[in-house]
Write a protein that binds this ligand. Structure first.
Ligand SMILES: Nc1ncnc2c1ncn2[C@@H]1O[C@H](COP(=O)(O)OP(=O)(O)OP(=O)(O)O)[C@@H](O)[C@H]1O
Ligand SMILES: C[C@@](O)(CCO)CC(=O)[O-]
Length: 916
């Protein structure tokens, strides 16, 4: 039994005598174990466990019985710590290793080798804590500290003299990732000041990537809180060296001071080290991807894995990898703060080396203890963001970072390249002009669109807190806001019998409105005072029989007035058109609500849209975005909140699932808040590949009434309805599990979903929301085709959804469609999971030339229109409305004149769309 760390044993043992057995035979000699094998095999032949335990036991004891035995007191030595120290020595190619209570404790132990009058040469980009301790010993111990830029070994020469007792290095430095040539500096110091010790803080690399003792350093220390432990669940420091004389002094200090690592932390650290190589491999490759991504966007990135890193060549000579810490500059402290605050997956935290990714601003966090003037003098940019990359899926890390960059306005979509690039920092002029463009939002025409939805599981139950699974469909509502200059606000609903109405803005019941300031949220309940006032004044001219128009106008005016900013009221026409069947259970009201909310928010200048960045030639690591994520999540959430308000007017008691799908698109598992369980929405993958047939029964129904009906049934028969709710929750849970299970074979997934759809439908029948026509559709699809169908949305008529298996023959599908049409139903074959809310980019450079600008040639004049006697042409209407509305061709006339089939193609050809 001879653990090298036992202070009393020091000197009795030959150096490097820390064997790990390497089984060998004379005929087939074994090669030494590689690093990851060394990490994973914790063996000390001199400390065999009496029971053969596979894991090193925790000797949680302060004292040991007996006199003159190897251990007597855990401050001086403890078997768990001995195992750890043996292991650290082994993986660090060191003769001696010591484990103490933190990285700073390790440095403290080392600095106690100094005496008053000694001189220390240290780097100029040191960890803040190191700097603090050095400052302390300078003022309290009388040691001179000289900070130099260690990236060039020559910089040290003028300061190396007979008083030099220690040279303290970090490479790469934290957080600027500067590289010091450890080998050359060690050699220079040995030649010029043989008594000086070279000390290296190796925390940024760990023994896996760099072993400075092999390059001539005398003492190496690590904050083992970082990579060695890897889980941020303990604090520890380790010191390694080869020289017995140094080891003796260090062992003395640790014993005297009493800062050796506790048994339980020794155990945890030992366990962490076993996966060191594995973790670091993943962390490094993730870091490389992140560094390349930021670099491709045009940020100044500090990471030795990048080709332009100044110390790259030296680093690759002395280290085996680049580590997983990197930093980048944004050029603006506020911008950096926004980015750091905008991430979700990246934890805002000091420290690094953990399996979870972290983000920080060193100047306000880890390096805040360095005086700002000193930071400036050492070239530490205040806007620097440090990223400590973990083992998560790199796509999620990049995704989260990208969202934060977009939200902060640091990057934006370049329409011409269809990718994100850095918004040029300091290009204040461009930004000011773009801001102005948005500030004149009221003078622009805004075209927006949002999809309908299909609910696969959980309609009605979702109103009562059950999870629903829904996806966007490729049928959309389009909303167009066109400025007016006659103090009027108006509405044009082509799908609702071409309904039109206009109001003099001053005639609206402004006394009844409680405006909600930007950034504030609408209360849970609708403002009944405003609803009443609108019904009695602005809407009293609408025939009560025109329910659809009445609801749509009420929703529009309610938002228009509540969003008003009390300055001057914006005046515009809001036109809506849908490719969705209205009132058929495919979320037409939600997509209308989203369009109305977006239009009003834009006209009231309450939305911030990203500014288009200047074109850049830098390459983006991602594939095409198709304009997705150009609308920042915070903006989308704001729109969603207001769309929900409009939905309340149209639906009475909506769950919010429809408007959420209309805003965010894709497929969601949605649980309404307020039911004492986890709420919110989660994206569902795997939905997009499913094929559905939607069949409109053409039976008109009223969602508001149907929702209220289920609410009443629940009040009357709580046991029955609550049982159904629970059963539907299990169906949604099971469907979600099946959709998320990558191992589940495709046919098993489809048959599971089919079974669950049938079950869910039966529960809806029991709730009383089916209809004979829906049952007819269900029967026609079930026999002879054997397909699963359920009602979707509120039921009571409206649409049914049928899952079409991958191998369902085209001929059979055509057959089925013909049968349904013969029965006077309207089938739609639809794809699901597409984009959510879209806004046609307002920037002229994003509009396609045909439909955007129509410059007139020299000498050309606008051809005169010949109005027909009774009818005013759409173009005239548009020109009337659009007087003075900028340099883009009015959209109002073509918006009205396109057929439903032409509408999506026309809209997409207008130019670049920005999507959520
Ligand atoms: N294109 C549109 N133009 C004007 N109003 C619309 C339009 N689409 C929907 N609406 C409004 O939404 C109402 C339809 O809402 P309803 O909830 O009944 O149907 P849905 O949203 O299609 O169905 P579900 O909510 O079950 O999915 C219409 O009566 C009208 O007030
Ligand atoms: C019936 C319902 O569940 C879906 C309507 O599409 C109502 C809602 O969730 O708001």
């Amino acid at each position: 039994m001879a653990p090298s760390i036992d202070p009393r044993a020091l000197g009795k043992l030959p150096a490097h005598d820390l064997p790990t057995p390497e089984p060998e035979s004379p005929f087939r000699p074994r090669k030494p174990y590689r690093f990851s094998t060394l990490c994973a095999t914790v063996e000390n032949p001199d400390m065999k466990d009496q029971y053969g335990s596979s894991s090193v036991p925790i000797y949680q004891t302060a004292t040991f019985k007996g006199v003159g035995e190897q251990y007597d007191y855990s401050r001086s030595g403890n078997p768990t710590r001995s195992h750890l120290e043996h292991h650290i020595a082994k993986i660090s190619s060191a003769a001696h290793a010591f484990a103490v209570s933190s990285g700073m404790a390790a440095l403290d132990v080392i600095l106690r080798l100094l005496k008053p009058g000694d001189e220390v040469i240290a780097g100029d980009d040191l960890y803040g804590g190191t700097n603090r301790l050095l400052t302390y010993i300078r003022t309290h111990v009388g040691v001179t500290i000289r900070h130099v830029d260690t990236t060039d070994p020559d910089n040290l020469h003028p300061f190396i003299n007979e008083k030099t007792a220690m040279v303290l290095l970090e490479s790469p430095t934290n957080p600027l990732l500067k590289i010091a040539d450890l080998a050359t500096i060690s050699k220079d110091v040995k030649e010029r000041a043989p008594d000086a010790v070279v000390v290296v803080d190796n925390t940024m690399m760990s023994p896996y990537l760099q072993r400075p003792l092999e390059h001539g350093a005398d003492i190496v220390y690590d904050s083992a809180t970082k990579y060695l432990s890897g889980h941020h669940d303990l604090m520890a420091g380790v010191v390694t060296c080869n020289r017995d004389d140094i080891a003796k002094k260090i062992a003395f200090t640790i014993n005297a001071v009493g800062n050796a690592l506790t048994p339980i932390d020794s155990f945890l650290l030992l366990r962490g080290i076993k996966t060191l190589a594995l973790r670091m491999d993943r962390q490094q490759s993730n870091a490389q991807a992140v560094a390349e991504y930021l670099h491709s966007l045009g940020f100044r990135v500090h990471y030795p894995g990048l080709p332009d890193h100044p110390g790259r060549e030296i680093h690759h000579r002395i280290a085996d990898g680049n580590g997983s810490v990197l930093s980048f500059e944004t050029g603006n402290v506020q911008l950096s703060e926004k980015i750091v605050g905008g991430t979700r997956l990246w934890g805002i935290s000091v420290s690094f080396g953990c399996v979870n990714s972290l983000i920080s601003m060193p100047c306000v966090m880890s390096h805040a203890s360095i005086d700002p003037a000193v930071r400036a003098a050492r070239g530490l940019p205040e806007d620097l963001i440090r990223l400590c990359v973990g083992i998560e899926d790199p796509h999620d890390l990049l995704d989260d970072l990208e969202r934060a960059l977009i939200d902060a306005g640091a990057i934006g979509l370049d329409a011409s390249l269809n990718k994100y690039v850095r918004v040029p920092e300091g290009d204040a002029l461009t930004q000011a002009v773009q801001k102005l463009q948005l500030e004149s939002a009221e003078e622009k025409e805004w075209l927006v669109s949002a999809p309908g939805k299909v609910i696969l599981f959980g309609e009605h139950a979702v109103v009562h807190g059950v999870t629903a699974i829904a996806a966007s469909v490729d049928l959309r509502c389009y909303g167009l806001a066109t400025p007016r200059h006659d103090n009027k606000v108006s509405i044009h609903l082509q799908d609702i019998d071409n309904f039109r109405h206009e109001w003099d803005v001053d005639s609206l019941p402004w006394d009844a409105v409680t405006p909600i300031a930007p950034g504030e949220e609408h209360p849970e309940q609708l403002d009944e005072r405003l609803v009443d006032a609108l019904n009695k004044t602005a809407l009293n001219v609408i025939d009560p029989g025109q329910k659809a128009a009445h609801g749509a106008c009420l929703a529009f005016l309610y938002l228009y007035m509540t969003l008003d900013r009390n300055e001057h009221h914006p005046t515009f026409n809001f036109a809506a058109r849908s490719t969705l069947p209205v009132g058929a259970g495919l979320g037409s009201s939600a997509s209308y609500s989203v369009c109305a909310a977006t239009a009003s928010l834009l006209m009231h200048r309450r939305l911030e849209l990203p500014t288009p960045p200047a074109p850049s030639s830098s390459e983006h690591v991602h594939v095409s975005h198709q304009g997705r994520r150009a609308i920042p999540p915070a903006t989308a959430e704001e729109i969603n909140r207001w769309a929900f308000v409009a939905e309340k007017i149209l639906h009475g008691n909506p769950s919010g699932v429809d408007n959420s799908v209309a805003v965010f698109g894709g497929a969601l598992a949605y649980t309404r808040p307020g039911f004492g369980k986890k709420s919110g929405m989660e994206g569902i993958q795997g939905f997009k590949s499913l094929k559905f047939l939607l069949t409109n029964s053409k039976v008109p129904r009223d969602t508001k009434k149907l929702v209220a009906g289920v609410g009443q049934k629940k009040a009357e028969e709580p046991e029955l309805v609550n049982g159904i709710m629970q059963a539907i929750q299990s169906i949604s849970d099971e469907a979600r599990r099946a959709l998320a299970d990558p191992e589940l074979p495709r046919d098993a997934l489809l048959s599971a979903l089919s079974g669950l759809m049938k079950e869910n439908h039966q529960h809806l029948v029991t709730l009383g929301v089916s209809h004979p026509f829906l049952e007819n559709i269900r029967e026609k699809t079930a026999s002879p085709h054997g397909l699963a169908t359920k009602l979707t949305g509120a039921g009571g008529g409206g649409c049914a959804v049928t899952l079409i298996p991958d191998d369902f023959k085209d001929a059979h599908l055509q057959d089925l469609i013909n049968t349904l049409i013969r029965e006077n139903f309207q089938p739609y074959l639809t794809s699901v999971g597409g984009s959510g809310l879209g806004i046609l980019s307002p920037y002229p450079e994003h509009r396609s030339s045909g439909s955007g600008r129509t410059p007139l040639g020299p000498g050309q004049v606008t051809p005169p229109e010949t109005p027909t006697p009774r009818e005013i042409s759409p173009r005239q209407i548009a020109e009337g409305l659009m007087k003075g509305s900028g340099d883009l061709e009015p959209l109002y006339a073509p918006f009205l004149s396109r057929t439903v089939a032409e509408l999506p193609g026309w809209a997409s050809e207008l130019g670049r769309w920005m999507y959520v």
